[in-house]
Design a protein around this ligand. Structure first.
Ligand code: UD1
Ligand code: CA
Length: 471
């Protein structure tokens, strides 16, 4: 059924959300790297409706800014004072010159687990049944905090009662209101302003419209979804964490179904934007975020944080942090290394333990095995960088580049004072401080002369002993 051209969507996102105990508007709190509002707007965009409106109020500049930058086709509508969900809908009605179409789908801003298919079925159900409204409900194990669905003997909805207004008997009802409704535009707008604030919270409840429409002889309908998680709203930090865990589980499950091994799924946080190939193994406690892609047969973890990084095939990354980089095939990285943005490695590169690499290129087969800092550097292929070597890229004023040719051997504890170039095939003796370019195939050595003093050690010890007895 194609209902898109007759459908407007409204997302209610003006509330402050006292229960989050936060100064950040609730819809901007993040789940797996994206604000809650991202999930709501991405979802309804898939319905391709003629309009999407988001009602904003609390910190409306922040919320509007996010919408403008990320969902520019969405219109924001201000509700200055948050007097209730029905009052928020009034703000939509009062917009001049809008063509809303025949149907209006209303969603709260805080229920990101609802399924696109469920939304489609809701709209279809509303249209096919000729109802003035159809509301998504579900039977939940713990209905606390939700509006309860009151039905007659024939299972027809007769009203919705909010928790704070419900009798002890009504509170026992486990079928709850999702706050997701598909309305007949005309019936909604004819009645919305008649809702009053006669309830314990003194708010204009959108839920009151159900009873009102029935009194006006309209047909009202429920669409009960069997997956109760879909109706879960985020009102506090506990629910935020629950929803994040559910989403995380779904992402991990889908990866596992597609051939990725995730050893301790509960400890791995993988954002939905991440792409992982077949036969990749994710070891416990990994955080994989942003636009990351991991090629087949690679192993990441345990204890890795990878963001916006492209990892090739057959690469092994252990207990390391990699940000904004491109890592080649068959690399071996870690444990305990930090690869910073702008790093690009070729195939068969090794970056071992306790290394920091920043904005550097390391070509095929090169090795930085231990305790080194490489920054603003180009390293050719087949290079070996000895332990504890440093490219000294900052003189306190500006950053400079180090260029190391193919097949260079850098001895341990070398300082390369940039800008400096080491020609192909050169060897740098350990402990050197290199401040001039080294031509190809040269051996560079920069050290003080070594003296071996005969019996010097014996004399030294004796002197120390004498001093100690005097004291
Ligand atoms: C609401 C429903 C409840 C339902 C639950 C499902 C009402 C009265 N209650 O309760 O029946 O079970 O959702 O999650 O509708 N908002 C505004 N302007 C306002 C008030 C709220 O835009 O003046 C927005 C909020 O930002 C939020 C949404 O509407 O995104 C729902 O408000 P919230 O306070 O979370 O309602 P609940 O108490 O969860
Ligand atoms: Ca809510």
């Amino acid at each position: 059924m194609n209902f898109s051209k007759d459908l407007s969507v409204v997302i209610l996102a003006a509330g402050k959300s006292k229960r989050m105990k936060s100064e950040i508007p609730k819809v901007l709190h993040q789940i797996l790297g994206q604000p809650i509002l991202f999930y709501m707007l991405s979802l309804v965009s898939k319905l391709n409706p003629k309009n999407i409106f988001t009602v904003v109020g609390y910190e409306k500049e922040l919320v509007s800014e996010y919408i403008k930058n990320n969902f520019p086709q969405t219109k924001t509508v201000t509700q200055e004072n948050q007097l209730g969900t029905a009052h928020a809908v009034c703000m939509i009605k009062r917009r001049k010159g809008e063509d809303f179409g025949k149907n209006i789908l209303i969603l709260p801003g805080d229920s990101p687990l609802v399924n696109i298919e469920t939304l489609r079925k809701l709209v279809e159900n509303k249209i096919n049944s000729g109802s003035a409204v159809c509301v998504i409900t579900s039977i939940v194990p713990d209905p606390e905090g939700y509006g309860r669905i009151i039905k007659d003997r024939n299972e027809n909805i007769i009203r919705i009662v909010e928790e704070t207004d419900a009798s002890p008997e009504e509170r026992k009802i486990c079928e709850v209101n999702s706050s997701i409704y598909c309305f007949d535009t005309k019936s909604l707008f004819e009645n919305i302003e008649k809702i009053n604030t006669k309830n314990t919270q003194k708010e204009y409840y959108l839920t009151d419209i159900i009873e009102m429409l029935i009194k006006n002889g309209k047909k009202v309908n429920c669409f009960k979804t069997p997956d109760y998680l879909e109706v879960m709203g985020i009102n506090d930090r506990l629910q935020l964490s629950e929803v994040e865990n559910i989403m995380q589980r779904k992402i991990n499950e889908s990866l596992m179904k597609n051939g990725v091994t995730i050893r301790d799924s509960g400890s791995c946080y993988i954002e939905s934007s991440v792409v992982i190939d077949k036969d990749v193994i994710i070891e416990p406690s990994c955080f994989i975020k942003g636009k990351t892609r991991i090629g087949k047969n690679s192993t990441v973890g345990p204890f890795c944080q990878v963001m916006d990084t492209d990892i090739g095939e057959g690469t092994r990354i252990n207990a390391s942090v990699i940000l904004g980089s491109v890592i080649g095939d068959n690399n071996n990285i870690g444990p305990y290394s930090y690869i910073r943005p702008g790093t690009v490695t070729g195939s068969n590169v090794k970056i071992g333990a306790f290394c920091e690499i920043k904005k550097s290129e390391i070509a095929r087969g090169s090795k930085v095995p231990h305790l080194s800092y490489i920054g603003d550097t180009e390293i050719g292929s087949g290079v070996n960088i000895g332990a504890s070597s440093v490219t000294v890229n900052y003189d306190g004023f500006k950053k400079s580049k180090t260029i190391i040719g193919d097949d260079v051997f850098i001895g341990s504890d070398t300082m390369l004072i940039a800008p400096v170039k080491i020609g192909k095939g050169a060897i740098i003796a350990a402990g050197s401080v290199i401040y001039q370019d080294v031509p190809s195939n040269s051996l560079a050595i920069e050290r003080g002369e070594q003296k071996n003093i005969k019996d010097g050690a014996v004399r030294y010890r004796n002197r120390k002993k004498l001093k100690n007895t005097k004291e």
